[in-house]
Design a protein around this ligand. Structure first.
Ligand code: SF4
Length: 276
């Protein structure tokens, strides 16, 4: 269980370096979904938590809604794109109790925010907010999809909602005519030896009604590897071998990437990586 702390933030709308968003909103610091590959583990330095504590704490920005309301009231032009969230999951379990993300969305609706709002999550809790999301003028909902089977995703996404729930939720947003995308990232080393299962994921995404995708290969930077490698070492020999091939950028990785591109083409999906 992650330790919960309540804090007051200084600001909530933060300028982003991501090509896909001008601003980001992170209602929490920390994320109880505890993915072993998470690049956001560096956030611990802002709340005095060591890298290896990632997944074990959540700092709740209790004044987030008030801050956003004030900021939007003072903004002259409201055309910038906003992503929710970039270094936490805005729909993680604690959100069910605190409803900060839900109230942030209500605030964006109240100000009739015309800029693009991008919601990216691993959680089907976002379905709770479908009523508010429908009222946003320019919105896109993305789900991180890393496999079609919970067992595979659980290997690295320790406490995140199962991928089957995410796929079901993705379908519901498509049925409600909300623009969606699938964030296929990271591509698990597992798939290097299971091309058919990787193909299955592309097929299921297409069948959900989603056409737009982003693909992210596994990031093996040192600070990420520190949390990731102990977890990889618990996987099968095949997975471990594939991980080291990715880390060392061995030549079979190029063939793997080519195969991924073949699947993008085969399932007629729009790869939007350039926008990121
Ligand atoms: S859901 Fe996202 S922010 Fe949370 S631990 Fe996983 S990768 Fe990190």
């Amino acid at each position: 269980m992650a330790k919960v702390h309540e804090i007051e933030a200084k600001n909530i709308l933060t300028k982003s370096n991501l090509p896909s968003a001008d601003y980001v909103i992170n209602p929490y610091t920390g994320c109880a979904f505890s993915c072993s590959y998470c690049y956001a583990s560096f956030m611990g330095r802002f709340v005095d938590e060591p890298l290896e504590n990632w997944g074990k704490y959540i700092y709740i920005k209790t004044n987030a809604v008030e801050l956003l309301d004030q900021k939007l009231a003072s903004m002259r032009k409201k055309d910038k794109s906003i992503m929710l969230a970039s270094v936490t999951d805005a729909w993680q379990y604690i959100e069910e109790k605190y409803e900060i993300t839900r109230n942030l969305l209500k605030t964006l609706v109240k100000h009739e925010y015309p800029g693009k709002i991008q919601c990216l999550t691993k959680s089907d809790l976002i379905l709770r907010d479908l009523d508010i999301i429908k009222q946003l003028k320019n919105v896109e909902v993305g789900f991180t999809i890393t496999s079609t089977k919970n067992k595979i995703s659980k290997a690295l996404e320790v406490a995140a909602p199962g991928v089957e729930k995410r796929l079901e939720a993705l379908k519901v947003f498509n049925e409600n005519d909300i623009k969606t995308y699938a964030f296929i990232g990271p591509v698990f080393p597992y798939f290097m030896n299971k091309p058919d299962e990787l193909e299955d994921m592309f097929r299921v995404i297409k069948e959900s009604g989603t056409n737009d995708i982003f693909i992210d290969m596994l990031n093996t930077k040192d600070y990420i590897a520190k949390n990731l490698e102990p977890r990889i070492s618990q996987q099968s020999e095949d997975v471990q071998k594939a991980y080291w091939a990715i880390k060392n950028d061995d030549k079979e990785v190029l063939a793997f990437k080519r195969y991924i591109m073949k699947l993008v083409k085969k399932y007629d999906l729009n790869l939007n990586n350039k926008k990121r």
